[in-house]
Structures are given as C-alpha cells and as structure tokens.
Design a protein around this ligand. Sequence first.
Ligand SMILES: *[C@@H]1O[C@H](CO)[C@@H](O)[C@H](O)[C@H]1NC(C)=O
Ligand SMILES: *[C@@H]1O[C@H](CO)[C@@H](O)[C@H](O)[C@H]1NC(C)=O
Ligand SMILES: [Ca+2]
Ligand SMILES: [Ca+2]
Length: 303
Amino acid sequence: MRSLWLLLGLGLLAMCQVQASEEESLGDLDDLDLSDMDENDEEFLRLLEDKAKAKDVQRENEIASQLAEVQHNLLNPVVEVDLCETIPCGAGRICQIQDEKPECVCIPECPEEIDTRRHVCTNTNETWPSDCSVYQQRCWCDSRDERCANLDNAHMHIDYYGACHEPRTCDGEDLKDFPRRMRDWLFNVMRDLAERDELTEHYMQMQLEAETNHSRRWSNAAVWKWCDLDGDTDRSVSRHELFPIRAPLVSLEHCIAPFLESCDSNNDHRITLIEWGACLELDADDLIERCDDVKRAKPHMLG
Ligand SMILES: *[C@@H]1O[C@H](CO)[C@@H](O)[C@H](O)[C@H]1NC(C)=O
Ligand SMILES: *[C@@H]1O[C@H](CO)[C@@H](O)[C@H](O)[C@H]1NC(C)=O
Ligand SMILES: [Ca+2]
Ligand SMILES: [Ca+2]
C-alpha cells in the first residue's frame, strides 16, 4: 500500500516538474522586453540573472510543497473508505450512511426461518423465530420504535437455541456421568478443529500433546476450551462468556445447565481454571494455564 502511494506521488511530482519547465521557458521570453536592450548590456544580464534566480527560488518552493504533500499523503493516506467499515453496530443493528455519516440502525429485516431448530428461547421463556428476530426486537424497544411489542423486551436475551420447553431434570446418574462425557466431548471438538486446521499454532501443539501423552489427553482440551471461552482474556469465565457453550446445548443436553452451574463452586459468577478443572474431575496438577492470546489464526495464511 505504502509503496503504491510512493509511486503515485513520485509520478505526480515528475508530471508537475515537466509542466513547470515548459511554462518557464515560454514565460521568460514573454516577460522580458528585449527591444530596448543590447544583448551585451550589463543591465540586461543582471536582470536575466535575477529573474532566473527568482524562478529557481519559486521552483524550489513549489517542489518543496509538492514533496510535503506527497509525504503528507503517505502518512495520512486519503483512501476511499467505507465509512461503515469502522463502525461496530452490535447484534440486531446494521450500519447505514445517513447524511453522509455512518449510523447504526435496527436491522430492517431478518431472514425468514422455517427450520424450528433456529428458534430461540429467551430468558422471558418466549419462543422467537430466530436469534436475529430477538436482537431486532430488542433494538426496536431500545429505540422506542412502534414495532416494539413490550418495553421490557429491551432487556431480553437468548437463553438457549430451540423452542422453549419444560425444564427437563438432569437426574443423579446423568449428572454424575456428565463430567466424563464433557471431557470426551471437549477432546473430540479440539481434535476436529485441529484436523480442519482451525486452531492456532499454540493450540495445535497442545492438541498434539493430548494425542501423544495420555495424561494430557483431557487436561489440554479443558485448558484450551476454558481459554477459548474467556473472550476478554481476564483469565476467568463469566456467565456471559459461557453463552457459546451453553445456549446451543441446553435443548440437546439437559445436564449442561446444571453442570455449568456446579462449576462455579464459590458462586461468584466466574469460573476460574481451578474450578473448571475440578468440575471436569481433572487433576489440578495437570492444569497449567496456557492460553494463547492470539485468538484465532486464519488458516492457510502462513502457507
Ligand atoms: C416455558 O414455556 C414452556 C412452553 O411454552 C412451558 O412448557 C414451560 O413450563 C415454561 N417454563 C417456565 C420456566 O415457565
Ligand atoms: C506427559 O505429561 C505429564 C504431565 O501431565 C508430564 O509430566 C510428562 O513428562 C509428559 N510425558 C511426555 C512423554 O512428554
Ligand atoms: Ca473473562
Ligand atoms: Ca467462581
């Protein structure tokens, strides 16, 4: 990008200079009234010299200012930017240009959902056709749009994917067996991601370790998932950060909600790595905090 600007800038500069020297050669003759002067006249030579000097100074100034402009453009490239590109709008909103300014507005239309698996159940135990429609409704209520069905909807959020249903109990045996199933599941998810080349180099290494060293099999997967859930990298997983693992599974796996509840053993709404390990019934000594703060490497970028 930079070198492109440099080339453009130098090209422009060269064009300006050619133009300037053409104008100059004509200008000299026009400005001087030669009729009264003898060619040998000292006055004439002095005048010519002064004029040349003045022209030189002027040209230097022009070139200097052109260079300054090129330099300025190099440092502050005026690229045609999509004004909306820099505006994060959040769920249920999209960016639109209004009066030449980017603005976040409620998403006008959600894709029509026929698939009932796309339904979502909110914390108010209401079934909505899709997550989009929940966020759209929340936006409407936030901005006092007339399409807001109930002002309380400004605070609703998705509890889980799937239509609302009777809370199913997770009985003793299922809950007892759940940590083992969860460990296996995490190991398999990590293995799948590794096979699809969707882990960072750091987590690829941990996955390889899990494959080759039996005592790392579950602990590395557990550490990876805990790091992955900790979106703000404050080294604890909040209730909010559990959303990606909780919401899609509640309908399929009735033990996930009570299981996750049980992980926060001191009930401070945050799950530490120690709590997470204990919850998955892993040996605390095997759990080493090895988070990769580079969240997701683009696959195939490094060739
Ligand atoms: C939520 O709604 C479903 C069906 O609409 C109902 O069966 C269930 O009992 C409700 N759950 C709660 C906690 O009220
Ligand atoms: C396997 O992992 C354990 C720790 O969990 C470690 O002490 C041991 O050295 C590892 N073995 C190999 C062969 O790397
Ligand atoms: Ca966190
Ligand atoms: Ca806790």
